[in-house]
Design a binder for this molecule. Structure first.
Ligand code: GAR
Length: 206
């Protein structure tokens, strides 16, 4: 089964969706580590202590130093896939190049719209009628890697950012599990800017 490492900073509902899919036999994988830049993050409590790693980035001399410690810890659990699931810290080039091609992120917008933060508020402010989530390969440019799959939700007239975030989160969970099923089965690959599914080009990034 595929070895999956998860990077997360907060609540961890996406990690929980992965754990649930594994436990009901929908995802042939195991979580080999959960890594956080927030030692108090609730996400860590979702797995056994032996699977937890965290460090406060503010106690490191530089971004590179934190990323190197994180990368060493992730590498030590020999993951096939590294999944950012609510990981709120930018990963530097050093980390990305070490795991490139097996590094995924779930982002709460229909990329290339709204990379970065406050995606729901920005979509509302722009009067978007559709919003959603994307799973993409991570490259050094923030939220700019090739998109593997997206889930779309309607924006409703009375939405605030919180209501919209809740609707998006509900589709994030099955979206992430669906992509991880392809990844775990060895069906998904990143070749430069091209993604392949079963060896056929799926998407070409710009
Ligand atoms: C999710 O909505 C995820 O897409 C988003 O944070 C939330 C984490 O929720 N990620 C980002 O904004 C990445 N920049 P969770 O902790 O319950 O999985």
């Amino acid at each position: 089964s595929a070895r999956i490492a998860v990077l997360a900073s907060g609540r961890g509902s996406n990690l929980q969706a992965i754990l649930d899919a594994i436990s009901v036999g929908e995802l042939p994988a195991e979580i080999v580590g959960v890594f956080s830049d927030k030692p108090a993050a609730a996400v860590l409590q979702r797995v056994a202590p032996a699977l937890r790693w965290s460090a406060d980035a503010r106690t490191f001399p530089s971004r590179e130093a934190f990323d190197a410690a994180l990368a060493d810890a992730v590498a030590a659990c020999r993951p096939d896939w590294v999944v950012c699931a609510g990981y709120m810290r930018i990963l530097g080039d050093g980390f990305v190049s070490r795991f490139r091609g097996r590094l995924l992120n779930i982002h709460p917008s229909l990329l290339p719209r709204y990379p970065g933060l406050r995606t729901h508020a920005r979509a509302l402010a722009d009067g978007q009628r559709e919003h959603g989530a994307s799973v993409h390969f991570v490259i050094p440019e923030l939220d700019a890697g090739a998109v593997i799959a997206q889930a779309v939700v309607p924006v409703r007239a009375d939405d605030d950012a919180e209501a919209l975030a809740t609707r998006v989160l509900a589709v994030e969970h099955p979206l992430l599990v669906a992509v991880l099923r392809l990844a775990a089965a060895g069906r998904l690959a990143e070749h430069g800017t091209t993604i392949t599914l079963d060896g056929h080009a799926l998407f070409t990034a710009l």
